[in-house]
Design a protein. Sequence first.
Length: 289
Amino acid sequence: MGKIVVIGSINVDLVFTSDKRPQAGETVMGKTFSLIPGGKGANQAVAASKLGADTYMIACVGNDSNGEFSLKNLNDMGVNTRGVKIVDEVPTGLANIIVADNDNSIIVIPGANYAIGKDLIDENKKLILSAGMVLLQLEIPMEVVEYVVDICFENKVRVLVNPAPAAPLKKSLIDRATYITPNEHELKLIFDNLDTDEVLKKYPNKLIVTMGSKGVKYHDGKEIRVIPSNKVDVVDTTGAGDTFCGALAAALVRGDSIRDAIIFANKAAAFAVTKLGAQSGMPVLEDLL
Ligand code: RIB
């Protein structure tokens, strides 16, 4: 089973729950507050590691208590953090998350996540080249994402790009990535509002579109397939996409077919949304048997 190397963000999540989402100019009384580990990169690394994958992270945190907290959590979750650099000039990334009306809204302050540069990638090139799969998201500078995709493509290392938060992607990146996992909203932005099925046909076995409770769509080379999602009582959808990507990578690296990997990742994501917080509900292998 190959290594998974996640290159991405580490945040501390400040999670407020409330019965009502405040409108602009409005103050509402909340129900609970939690300060918990997050960041799309860290979440995906934890998801993969909890499911048994040999997982490494390349990232930056600030020289502060949030950075210490995040690193300790990653280590406790079995993620190897030798590629994580502690930087002095900027604080650890933060996310303000409001969970209300069965959905979440998030503001991210990138902080140290934007200190990730090509130099950090070069320092960790050996690790990247030894990976069974590299995972990227878009909470780090785009030029670094593009640089890593090029390195992976040139060296035949499989690379999965989760284009979240939504941002336009260069055609060369789309062509060179092995897998791309947008949700419907991200897909529309990346492919200029083109019809989902038309886009899927162009990128068989590469584009994997997550559609929440409607399931996951991809083209298997012959036809479009929809893998239904698992029905559960939702508590918090934060990190569902991250659990999906981490689990998908863990399954692909152990040799599952795309179809089996999606079924496995769907189960993992469904399990995760039954608890508050991005990482708190992520399953271990036994939970999915
Ligand atoms: O995908 C969920 C994550 O997005 C949160 O953990 C938050 O940190 C933001 O990065």
